[in-house]
Design a protein around this ligand. Structure first.
Ligand SMILES: NC(=O)c1ccc[n+]([C@@H]2O[C@H](COP(=O)([O-])OP(=O)(O)OC[C@H]3O[C@@H](n4cnc5c(N)ncnc54)[C@H](OP(=O)(O)O)[C@@H]3O)[C@@H](O)[C@H]2O)c1
Length: 125
């Protein structure tokens, strides 16, 4: 098996924001970018566990406009800007039952999480 070589300075000095960084692909992305020397902050709704340094996370729900605003304010306060933005949060928690079963709130929350969070974060860079 080939071992992946990682240059620890590849992304040195780069400031990165990853939405959703404590599980799954977001967690793997955070780990990989940190190995390459980037300064990475990740968003998460739940409180980071005791092994996760709080200053590397922003606790906020980016499916709400206020949550995105909080992320922008905190990431600028901590990093003074972002060079790389990874919009990892996505999907939907809307109930099953087809398109007609969904309420306006279901649609709005899904668009907020999947589209408007990425648009607003991108604009703020
Ligand atoms: N897994 C798959 O098979 C698959 C397939 C196709 C596409 N995708 C897409 O790939 C992306 C990652 O999927 P995944 O399965 O790796 O995710 P995951 O394991 O469910 O992890 C999601 C991460 O995002 C955080 N998060 C979720 N909603 C958030 C919100 N509203 N605000 C802030 N943080 C939030 C979660 O932490 P908290 O829960 O604490 O907030 C967690 O750290 C998603 O966009 C998903 O739709 C996944």
């Amino acid at each position: 098996m080939t071992t992946l070589q990682i240059d620890p300075d590849e992304l040195s000095g780069k400031r990165v924001l990853v939405t959703g960084g404590t599980k799954g692909m977001g967690e793997a992305t955070v780990k990989r970018l940190r190995q390459a020397g980037a300064k990475v902050i990740a968003t998460v709704r739940s409180k980071p566990n005791e092994l996760q340094s709080p200053d590397l996370f922003i606790q906020s729900d980016i499916s709400t406009p206020d949550g995105v605003k909080k992320v922008i304010e905190e990431v600028f306060a901590r990093l003074d800007g972002v060079d790389i933005l990874i919009n990892n949060v996505g999907g939907s928690s809307a109930p099953s039952g087809g398109v007609l079963a969904l309420s306006d709130d279901d649609w709005q929350q899904t668009f907020n999480a999947n589209l408007f969070a990425a648009v607003t974060l991108q604009r703020s860079r």
